[in-house]
Design a protein around this ligand. Sequence first.
Ligand code: DGT
Ligand code: CA
Ligand code: CA
Length: 574
Amino acid sequence: MKNSEVAKVFQDIADLLELKGENVFKIRAYQRAARAIEHYPKELKIMIEEGEGLQSIPGVGEAIAKKTTELVTTGKLGYYENLKTEFPQGIVSLLAIPGIGPKTANKLCSELRVSSVDGLERAINEGWVAELFRLGDKAAHNMLHQIRALRRKDQRIPIGEALPVVEEIMVALSAIPGLRNLTPAGSLRRFRETVGDIDLMGSADNPTEVIDTFVALPQMGQVLAHGSTRGSAIVSGGLQVDLRMVEHHSFGSLLQYFTGSKQHNISLRERGRKQGLKLSEYGITVVTADKLERFSVEEEFYHRLGLQHIPPELREAQGEVEKAEQRAVPKLVELSDIKGDLHTHTQWSDGHDSIEELALAAKDMGYQYMAITEHSAGRGIAHGLSGERLRNQVAEIKALNERLTGIHVLSGIEVDIRANGTLDLPHEILSELDVVIAAVHSAMYQGEETMTKRVIGAIENPDVDIIAHPTCRLIGEREPVNIDLEAVFQAAAKNNKIMEINAMPDRLDLKDIHACRARDLGVKLAIGTDAHSIAHLGFMRFGVGVARRAWCEPHHILNTLPLAELLAVLNRNR
Ligand code: DGT
Ligand code: CA
Ligand code: CA
């Protein structure tokens, strides 16, 4: 249990005692302890393990020290559990929301008959809460914000949400003189699809100044730690950001250690041990000489262990250390290898921008081509294209290609795979297109056998080039459909069909391990953003992250091919 969690329990106890009308000195004692513990620089867990008396913390007396020990060692506190049973469940759950104290909770319960967090959310949305407390919209909105943060407390955050947050922080810090090497580490640097928290590393002439600026940034909510080399705070939405600073000459070791993964570091430490080396976040110690070697850049750290540098995306203890030893680390695909986007939508269906606007944006990104792949009409949503409108679009794209230079627009479609595995546009029309993507958008509840047959039906259809978002999952929202991917990949390999890595950050479908398996089986992959606006073209980096985690090199990815070669591959199905 973290200090902040212990503090929260004592604050809750104080709130409940207040509701109960208890002695004010008793209430104050819990409040004081909560505050002292929350800001205490040392982990209570470590103090207890090391036998350090908790009463050395100002505001913590004998009784609270005893309760703290119980809480930290067992994760529960009998006194608190008993106390909670004296109140309706509703009040207790409202008190758990930061910013809601006993008076507010009581009033919400008695006057609005709100008895749960869900109920409170409804009452806020319907305007009752703002009215009850004569609050402005902003204060009510803040309450909503806290509710969301509370709900996601135990949840991992999609990388698509986390990366922009950390980039904003990096921009805000970038002006500090003497600050160098500011880099996200942890799961974010390894491009995992979700992150538990954000780890940010850097080096500076004056680390303390960077930490001070960091914790005082306007986007920071609760500050969890504020030391001379480390700061930790919660940004809006409940995401925790840890910043660590070292001197320049130690940055490589710091970055290596906190990039992880934990399992990767364990493999490295094991290897070091056999060489008489001890690894840590400070560097590498030659055990016999008791001498610490520092590393300003990460590459040198790996070289010192007799290894090739290992890209962060591979650091998941999947055999990467052995490969680095054999000097056989693959040269992974990079964003700059991507020559075009093969999955986009425009105003013709449910997208935001015109074909030309999207094409010009793609050109600015350095692409050679992009495919326009609207939905087909059968879906009955989002202005899917009928055969006739699709033909009109093909004509418009043809005219556009005659006008545009430096970018080639491909005519395509994201055709719906019907529940029975047939496509909802006929061969006569599909055969006129440059690229045909097929995807499931409905009847997602089907059993595994039916769904697998359905998708393989599309793979075996000669009009289809690519299968998009093969599992239909939405991270944190929708489970993947029931499908035997192994059978799907076998069919794709046999029929020379391409599987998509959908780069939209809430999809990332195929995900890393599936893309890896498809690649193993010799299936070519395409990375498409599924862009519905110009801004979405930027999702490509998330798709590349998945491909890198799947050990993909440029030749595994269809859209690293230059235009002429791409057309040759696509034409083989025509
Ligand atoms: P997350 O935050 O759950 O998405 O995953 P990570 O990998 O970012 O994990 P995190 O934030 O707990 O720690 C960042 C890195 O620091 C982790 O990947 C490896 C390193 N690290 C943290 N704690 C330990 C540890 O107890 N042992 C070792 N060997 N490394 C650790
Ligand atoms: Ca992390
Ligand atoms: Ca962390």
